[in-house]
Design a protein around this ligand. Structure first.
Ligand code: GLU
Length: 292
């Protein structure tokens, strides 16, 4: 299916690294309502390239949630694990253009947060069994987030050349997300503010590949009582399918949206779309209050 001529194509792109939690629901609802208020299409993509991090059963839970919460995607659900050839092809294209290189530096040598200094950039190492990094330039990349405003980063100063494929052969999220957003004809990305600082990497990669730029909206994150964002890693509670309607009310309240009547989830989502007020969402990276 081609969405290339639709003015708005959005998505919800969970990773099956744990069950969906309240923060995931906020992202799902906001991306859904934003797409629907623009008469857009809304697609679901399961981002499962990082096989070692897949949490058993979480994919089933994600799919059950989509159903139980009344979401109706406008196309088939796509799984990144079925598309590894596509990402490899794009890597070949980048290799042919000399935009990437093999890197033998281990995380142990580099430290986890270090800015990569380009040690391997000019070593011309063979690609076999090495990580692959994309070259970045010393230039400011900015975008105007629809909620958070102008965001700029100089990747050379803030990050350095970054990994597209790991030494263990796993395709990095940054590459898969950029390729799929393009191939699926996405125009709009609505997701959590935890990915705000990944966006310049994705813009850089998309620019290198000649893909059109997307519109971005990064939502404030739901935090737990310990001041951490709700995440699969810190054991946020799995969404309970039997409480879908109550959760929808809570998620809309968290986004400062008008209340919807307690009803079946699909009817509640319809009302949420009809009442959607993008401007009411707090222009912050964190929501006030705490969530489970
Ligand atoms: N798969 C990513 C996650 O679960 C989201 C990717 C995106 O929306 O760009 O955090």
């Amino acid at each position: 299916m081609s969405h290339r001529h639709t003015a708005y194509v959005g998505r919800f792109a969970p990773s099956p690294t744990g069950p969906l939690h309240f923060g995931s629901l906020i992202t799902a609802i906001a991306s859904y309502c934003d797409a629907k208020t623009h008469q857009g299409k809304w697609l679901i993509r399961i981002e499962d390239t990082d096989i070692p991090r897949i949490y058993p059963g979480s994919e089933t839970h994600i799919l059950a949630c989509i159903d139980a919460f009344g979401f109706q995607p406008d196309g088939e659900i796509l799984f990144q694990r079925d598309r590894l050839d596509l990402y490899e092809n794009v890597l070949e294209q980048l290799k042919a253009q000399n935009l990437v290189y093999a890197c033998q530096c281990t995380r142990k040598i580099l430290g986890s947060n270090a800015i990569y200094s380009g040690t391997c950039r000019n070593l011309n190492l063979p690609f076999q069994n090495q990580a692959i990094r994309v070259k970045v330039k010393d230039q400011l990349i900015c975008f105007d987030d629809r909620l958070q405003g102008i965001q700029c980063s100089n990747l050379a100063h803030d990050l350095g050349d970054f990994v597209l494929k790991r030494r263990d052969g796993i395709i990095n999220y940054q590459l898969a997300v950029v390729v799929d957003d393009y191939v699926q004809g996405m125009t709009h990305v609505v997701r959590g503010a935890d990915l705000l600082d990944n966006t310049q990497r994705q813009i850089w990669l998309g620019d290198l590949l000649g893909y059109p730029r997307l519109h971005y909206l990064h939502l404030p994150l739901a935090m737990n009582a310990q001041g951490q964002k709700l995440s699969k890693q810190n054991m946020a509670a799995a969404l309970d399918l039997s409480k879908a309607s109550q959760y929808i009310q809570q998620a809309l309240a968290a986004l400062h949206q008008p209340a919807v009547d307690l009803d079946t989830p699909d009817r509640m989502l319809k009302q949420a779309v009809a009442q959607w007020q993008l401007n009411h969402i707090p222009r912050q990276t964190r929501l006030a209050g705490t969530y489970l």
